[in-house]
Each structure stands twice: as structure tokens, then as C-alpha cells.
Design a protein around this ligand. Structure first.
Ligand code: IPM
Ligand code: MG
Length: 356
């Protein structure tokens, strides 16, 4: 198979972990006889520094022309404490999602058995948890009208959804549920929000097309509680942009560390694959970032964008072997990990390539 892949490292540790992701893609190409042609593009703070724009036209043009995108992270602490900054790295991320029509963000929460001890949740509660989140990604309060009123002391953001937006993400989630445990939880705040009442109504309508799927509806506050109370009861979850953002960070603790979680953003055209962790400026340049989320994003890319299931499984198996052999980056190490088994980004990457 011959494919073009665009690498967009972005900022901070995004630049460190995508190097490993690309090497894994190169190894897969060599082992399975594919030809992957790589190109690179700037985004986020790195792009603002170079061009003044967090998503330069050149990057967007390359994104539209490629077969799949391996993405790092965007962000810089410089903007976080400056509410007045006019240009921000995250604007590039949101614009990319909108421009590429990436309305479905898949965030699989899968716990490798070896990491049962790395979570702050008790192992007996966690063992066997396997959840797939569908977070809507191009609507909601992220894209609704927002404004600071003239007096400067009042501001609002609009939580807004249209029927077609809920329908298309719900269908994707139901389709996935059919290939898994046939259980779907829709999360909203329909006891308060009108947009959530529409959300629930639409999910109930789509549910009629999938009589085999057991559907439940939870309010987001209760879902947040159940997630750490009974993570094993969850199968597929579908929710809006903001609730999904919050719940998936919470759910990352089920997998031991944010450093292990990959995501896929798909929709109208090209797919974007990225870790759910951010740019990690506190550890940037130290060589300690966990590259596994990027490596597992590669697995999602191979399976979802290219339909290469065997190759994707080979990547996941390599990660599993690294963990079984006892190697850890420091975010997933615990008191029992010997010091010589705690490796940096590059070394864990090399181990992954060896097992591949
Ligand atoms: C995510 C991130 C982004 C989001 C930020 C960086 C804008 O938290 O992808 O989950 O809120 O969507
Ligand atoms: Mg987030």
C-alpha cells in the first residue's frame, strides 16, 4: 500500500513523541511491504512564531492533500495566563477540526494489565475496563457565539447543537457499539440544558435503528461519578464536545496515565491521530515524555484510515511487550519499578521498534 502521511508535531512534547510515532510507521512499512511518504507541517505556538498564524494556509493545504495526519500537541504556557492574548495555539487546533470536518473524536480507554498498579484507582475496580468514547468535536460551546460585553464584566458562550450534528456522531457511536459489547451510554445534562434535551431526543430516535444496542442516558455529573465507581460497566459512550473533553481526561486515569491514551478524529475526509495529552511544557526537552500515546495513535491511524488491522495489532502488541518486559517511562512507573527500567522517550521508542 502506498500512502502519504503528514506529521504535525506542534509544540512541546508533541515534537518529541511524534518522532517515535513516525519511526513506528517506518518500521511497519518495512515489515509489511508498504510505502509511506512523509511530509511535515507547522502548527500551534511553533507556527505562530514562524508565521504569526497558529494554522498557516500552507499547513491546511497539506492537510487537505494527505491520506492521514499524525499530530502531536499544541499549546504554550505563555498564553495560559494571558487572557488577553489575541492569537493562541489552540485556535489552530479548533480551526483544523472545523475546516477538516473532524466531527467524531474517538478516545479508546484501554488498560494494559501490566499498568493496573499505575492508576490511582484500585486494581480490582479497574481490571478488564475497556471503554470507547465518542466525543463530538465540531459543535457545542466550543464553536457557539461568544462575547465579552461592552462593560467588560459580563461574558457568555453559547452551547448549541443542531439535529444533524447529533445524528452523525450518534450513528458512528451506535455502529461501534454493534462491533463491541452492544451497550451505549449517551451523556448530557438534559435536566437543565435545552441543547441536551435535543441531544437526548435525537439519540433516542437513532436508537430505533439499532434495536440490538442497549442504550442508557446519563447526566454528565452522574456519569463522571459512575466512571470511577464502576468503569467496567461502560462500553461505548457518546457525548458532546465539552462533556467529552472533561470526561476523557477523567477516564485517562483508568488507563493509568494520560501518556497512554491515543485518539482519532474523523469525519468528512482525512483523519487526524493524536495523543490526548497536551504539549507538556513542564517536561519539554527533558526526554522523559511517554511516547506510547503517539505510538497507539499510529495503531488507530493504520486501522481507521488505511484499514490495516493486522499492522495496527502488531503495533499494540509491541507496546504490550515493552510493558511486559518491564520497561516504563516515568509517568507509568511505580514504587516497584527498578530504576534501570525507567527509560526516556527515545529509549522506550527503541524498545518498541525492537519488538516490532
Ligand atoms: C483536547 C484539548 C483541547 C480541547 C484544547 C487544547 C483546546 O483539551 O483535545 O482534549 O479542549 O479540545
Ligand atoms: Mg482535553
Amino acid at each position: 500500500m502506498k500512502k502519504n502521511i503528514l506529521i504535525v508535531p506542534g509544540d512541546g512534547i508533541g515534537q518529541e513523541v511524534t518522532v517515535v510515532g513516525q519511526k513506528v510507521l517506518e518500521k511497519i512499512a518495512a515489515r509489511f511491504g508498504h510505502e509511506f511518504i512523509f511530509d511535515h507541517a507547522l502548527m500551534g505556538h511553533a507556527a505562530i512564531e514562524a508565521t504569526g498564524n497558529p494554522l498557516p494556509d500552507e499547513t491546511l493545504a497539506k492537510m487537505r492533500a494527505t491520506d492521514a495526519i499524525l499530530f502531536g500537541a499544541v499549546g504554550h504556557p505563555k498564553y495560559d495566563n494571558d487572557p488577553h492574548a489575541k492569537v493562541r495555539p489552540e485556535q489552530g487546533l479548533l480551526r483544523m477540526r472545523k475546516e477538516l470536518g473532524l466531527y467524531a473524536n474517538l478516545r479508546p480507554i484501554k488498560l494494559f494489565d501490566e499498568l493496573l498498579g499505575a492508576s490511582s484507582i484500585k486494581p480490582e475496580i479497574l481490571k478488564g475496563a475497556d471503554i470507547l468514547f465518542f466525543r463530538e468535536l465540531t459543535g457545542d460551546v466550543y464553536f457557539g457565539k461568544r462575547e465579552r460585553l461592552d462593560d467588560g464584566n459580563t461574558a457568555y458562550d453559547t452551547m448549541i447543537y443542531s439535529r444533524y450534528e447529533v445524528e452523525r456522531i450518534a450513528r458512528k457511536a451506535f455502529d461501534a457499539a454493534m462491533t463491541r459489547g452492544k451497550k451505549l451510554m449517551s451523556v448530557d445534562k438534559a435536566n437543565v440544558l435545552e441543547s441536551s434535551r435535543l441531544w437526548r431526543e435525537v439519540v433516542q430516535d437513532i436508537a430505533k435503528e439499532y434495536p440490538e444496542v442497549t442504550v442508557s442516558h446519563q447526566f454528565v455529573d452522574s456519569a463522571a461519578m459512575l466512571l470511577i465507581k464502576n468503569p467496567r460497566d461502560f462500553d461505548v459512550v457518546v457525548t458532546g464536545n465539552l462533556f467529552g473533553d472533561i470526561l476523557t481526561d477523567e477516564a485517562s486515569q483508568i488507563a493509568g496515565s494520560m501518556g497512554m491514551l491515543a485518539s482519532a478524529s474523523v469525519g468528512d475526509s482525512v483523519g487526524v491521530y493524536e495523543p490526548i495529552h497536551g504539549s507538556g511544557h513542564d517536561i519539554t526537552g527533558m526526554g522523559v515524555a511517554n511516547p506510547m500515546a503517539s505510538v497507539l495513535s499510529v495503531a488507530l491511524l493504520l486501522e481507521i484510515s488505511f484499514g490495516l488491522k493486522t499492522e495496527a495489532e502488531a503495533v499494540i502488541e509491541a507496546v504490550d511487550k515493552v510493558l511486559k518486559a518491564g520497561y516504563r517511562t516515568r509517568d507509568i512507573a511505580d514504587a516497584t519499578t527498578p530504576a534501570n527500567m525507567i527509560l526516556g522517550t527515545e529509549a522506550v521508542g527503541e524498545k518498541t521498534l525492537e519488538f516490532l
